[in-house]
Design a protein around this ligand. Structure first.
Ligand SMILES: Cc1ncc(COP(=O)(O)O)c(C=O)c1O
Length: 416
């Protein structure tokens, strides 16, 4: 019988890492939310409406007419030198000193994370990650059959003592503690910053315990006031993989990010990237480089910071009016995300489909943990909807959660 006719045996042919993969909650929610007019607090997609499209179109045309055969040819596996120079200038803003040769341009930071996991992670290795953490990042590690162990956060980010405790527990259970995956700035999904003091402390703990650091930083330049915090990498260059991205601060459609690995691992990253990608797209890199050549791009970034601040403010103002008593959320100072905790007994995962029926979608908190936690939590992305949509969507959500809080209270009274 042809294999394709026998689904069960096809399942058996899958690699272990695919067969054992957890189905993605986020993808399920996104699928259900594919209907016209829906207001989405689910997408971590940047607002692109203020980009200078005319300027980009002119640059795109110039690039092709000046030297099309180079732009559309294969290119250097590490990425073009002009873009790597820009990347070094950008990283300097967060205290990272690197030369263009140290950097590997990738197809978004997602590919860079995949490279790192492919190079460094063995089945059953433990990767520590903030609780909660970026679903797509954790999926990369679990895709290589790592186990995620969550470490609690507070308003200053990952708690160092909890990291130490988690490392000790993992060691005691005989497992291999391999590394820490952290998003230190405007964390996805928590919106929290790791404090400067804790960056050092967390780095020391990793170094002293032989752990690698996967420092994922797509949002660092998106503080509402433009302030940046020093990266972890400069103090721990021998153990840190630093990941950057142009997706959130410029445009994800270019699919350009980068990784700065420890010097000793650099050749592995170049070779492995070559195996998986051959090279990042030359044309996209040239377009982005040309955009970055003009210092006006920084004014644009400032404009975006103000846009996101305005959206964040509209969201929080509305939530204050509409959410049931006992709901709480944090106050991020940048980035794209607000983390909301509902009163006990309200199940954000169960309610998301009803919310979609009413025309609004969010991501339930459970998507950001690998251990089933987060049922009364949710992530709200304020980056993509307009201010009016944010007000309308938050009000609709508020009605739903307020009704759910009423029924939860009634059930409690009836039960007790
Ligand atoms: C924390 C984090 N890392 C990495 C990525 C992937 O970004 P990209 O591949 O577009 O650079 C995202 C996207 O949402 C993210 O939030």
């Amino acid at each position: 019988m042809p294999l394709s006719a026998d689904l069960a045996s096809t399942e058996n042919l899958l690699a272990d890492r695919v067969r054992t993969a957890r189905p993605s909650e986020v993808r399920k929610v996104f699928r259900a939310a594919q209907k016209p007019g829906i207001i989405s607090f689910a997408n971590g997609a940047p607002y692109l409406g203020a980009l200078p499209f005319e300027q980009l179109a002119a640059a795109a045309q110039r690039i092709l007419s000046d030297n099309g055969p180079v732009s559309l040819q294969y290119g250097a596996s590490q990425g073009i030198a002009e873009l790597r120079r820009h990347i070094c200038t950008l990283m300097k803003l967060e205290g990272i000193v690197a030369a263009p040769d140290d950097v590997i341009v990738t197809s978004g930071s997602q590919q860079a994370l995949d490279l790192a996991a492919r190079i460094l992670v063995n089945p059953d290795d433990v990767i520590f990650a903030e609780a909660p953490s970026y679903a797509g990042g954790m999926a990369v590690f679990t895709g290589y059959q790592a186990q995620i162990v969550h470490v609690p956060m507070d308003a200053d980010g990952l708690i160092p003592e909890e990291l130490e405790r988690a490392i000790a527990e993992v060691r005691a259970s005989g497992r291999t503690a391999k590394g820490l995956y952290t998003i230190p700035n405007f964390q996805n999904p928590g919106g929290v910053n790791l404090s400067v003091e804790r960056r050092r402390r967390v780095g020391e703990i990793c170094r002293d315990n032989g752990l690698l650091i996967f420092e994922d930083n797509p949002y660092g330049l998106l503080g509402f006031d433009g302030a940046t915090l020093p990266a972890i990498q400069p103090d721990f260059p021998d153990i840190t993989m630093y990941f950057g991205s142009f997706s959130k601060m410029i445009a994800p459609g270019l699919r350009l990010g980068w990784v700065l690995p420890p010097a000793a691992l650099h050749h592995h990253f170049v070779n492995t990237s070559e195996t998986t990608l051959l090279n990042p797209p030359v044309y996209n890199q040239q377009l982005l480089s040309t955009y970055l050549d003009d210092p006006a791009w920084q004014d644009k970034l400032n404009e975006y910071r103000n846009i996101y601040r305005e959206k964040f403010t509209a969201l929080v103002e509305t939530l204050e009016r509409v959410m049931p008593d006992g709901t709480s959320w944090n106050r991020p100072t940048g980035g794209f995300y607000l983390w909301v905790t509902l009163p006990d007994g309200i199940d954000a995962e169960a309610l998301v489909y009803e919310c979609i029926e009413r025309g609004v979608v969010y991501v339930p908190g459970t998507a950001f943990y690998t251990d089933g936690r987060g049922r009364n939590e949710l992530r709200l992305s304020f980056c993509l909807p307009t201010v009016d949509e944010i007000r309308e969507g938050a009000a609709l959500m508020g009605e739903l959660f307020t009704a759910a809080a009423g029924s939860a209270a009634a059930t409690k009274v009836a039960a007790g």
